[in-house]
Design a protein. Structure first.
Ligand SMILES: Cc1ncc(COP(=O)(O)O)c(C=O)c1O
Length: 369
């Protein structure tokens, strides 16, 4: 299984003979395919295709965002308050924080600053797609290390690492939902050269089971090049506002800060993000309902004999059989084809509200029982 399969049917870009010429590495990069909304004519439609928070943002975040709207004639501030709030939340210093317009921007900044032709990006295969695209755009060589049991093979990734490489670990991983063992991550950080950057993408951290929910933020002392990315798009329900951040050692983050667009996180997103961190009740409710929905979907798959990958996230990867994704589609429930994610023959199902999970499981029951 190769994530090249996600590019099947992509002919490459063909610039006009007399037009501008993109950098040559762009030819291998296919346009991104977003998760589709449900059919328009389906009033009860459920969008379970983009790993969003179906419970919405915190009311505190909405109030803060509305309050910030009155001053959008001004540029956002220097993001000092946001850095300080995130730093306090994690018990680190503001200099350990870099804000991003979504954590995808942090990924692009890391690859822009630390990769170039001749350097290498080591990543799991299939990878989270934005890691691949940002690495390809940099002109670096991609070293694809196949997942083992759907999980990053950290010892093989560490064995590949040379000075100047970037190593990307998504924990838990998208599209598979699997987590690495904290000790394996510590071993990788101890093993790889100090001149590497290790990017640990923790977009789904809050949804993990207690026994594996260990953040790499507590491992900053183990490697000078460790950068941990986090997002406000998942558990905080602010995907549409675009806010995320990286946590790392100041000397490793400072070059990113130099090229970051100064006003990358807009003032509305900043206000909402800071308020969202305060609403621990909303986060707790989202996690409880999501983990419960995930358990229900995994139990249903087991009962119906549908292959699936045990997940630590707000989605589950389920094997195609007898047209269940199409049956859901007819019922107005959209899920994500694995062919776009490097896992053809599978679909990725985002956990919805309890009512959405009722409907989804009812469709599966009708098809298989
Ligand atoms: C692993 C992973 N990292 C990052 C992101 C993007 O997060 P953001 O919305 O903060 O850019 C996603 C979104 O699906 C993701 O799955």
């Amino acid at each position: 299984m190769s994530d090249d399969e996600s590019r099947r049917g992509f002919a490459g870009s063909a610039p006009e003979a007399d037009g501008p010429r993109p950098v040559p590495q762009l030819a291998a990069i296919a346009p991104y395919v977003m998760g589709k909304p449900p059919r328009r004519d389906e009033p009860q439609g459920a969008k379970l295709s983009s790993n969003e928070n179906p419970f919405g943002p915190s009311p505190l975040a909405i109030a803060a965002a509305v309050g910030a709207l009155t001053s959008v004639n001004r540029y956002p501030d220097d993001q000092g308050a946001l850095r300080a709030r995130i730093a306090a939340f994690h018990g680190v210093e503001p200099a350990n924080v870099i804000p991003g317009a979504g954590s995808d921007e942090i990924i692009h900044l890391v690859c822009a600053v630390y990769l170039e032709p001749g350097r290498r990006l080591i990543l799991g295969s299939p990878p989270y797609g934005i890691h691949r695209v940002a690495g390809q755009l940099s002109g670096a060589e991609l070293v694809r290390v196949p997942l083992v049991d759907w999980t990053h093979d950290l010892s093989s990734m560490a064995a590949e690492a040379r000075p100047g490489d970037v190593i990307a670990v998504t924990n838990p991983h998208n599209p598979t939902g699997t987590a690495v063992r904290p000790d394996d991550l510590r071993a990788l950080l101890a093993a790889v050269p100090r001149e590497c950057v290790v990017l640990v993408d923790e977009a789904y951290h809050e949804f993990m089971d207690d026994d594996v929910r260990v953040s790499a933020i507590g491992m900053l002392d183990l490697h000078p090049g460790l950068i941990v990315s986090r997002t406000f798009s998942k558990v905080y329900g602010l995907a549409g506002l675009r806010a995320g951040y990286g946590i790392g050692n100041p000397a490793t983050l400072e070059p990113l800060d130099r090229v970051r667009t100064p006003a990358n996180v807009n003032s509305v997103a900043m206000a909402a993000a800071m308020a969202a961190l305060d609403d621990t009740a909303h986060v707790g409710r989202t996690v409880t309902l999501t983990v419960e929905g995930r358990r229900r979907l995994e139990d249903a798959c087991a009962r119906l004999g549908l292959d699936h990958v045990r997940s630590q996230t707000n989605f589950v990867l389920v094997a195609d059989r007898d047209g269940w994704p199409e049956a859901l589609g007819r019922d107005g429930i959209s899920v994500r084809p694995g062919a776009n994610l490097g896992v053809p023959g599978w679909h990725r199902v985002t956990i919805g509200t309890p009512a959405e999970m009722d409907r989804l499981i009812a469709v599966l029951d009708l098809l298989f029982v």
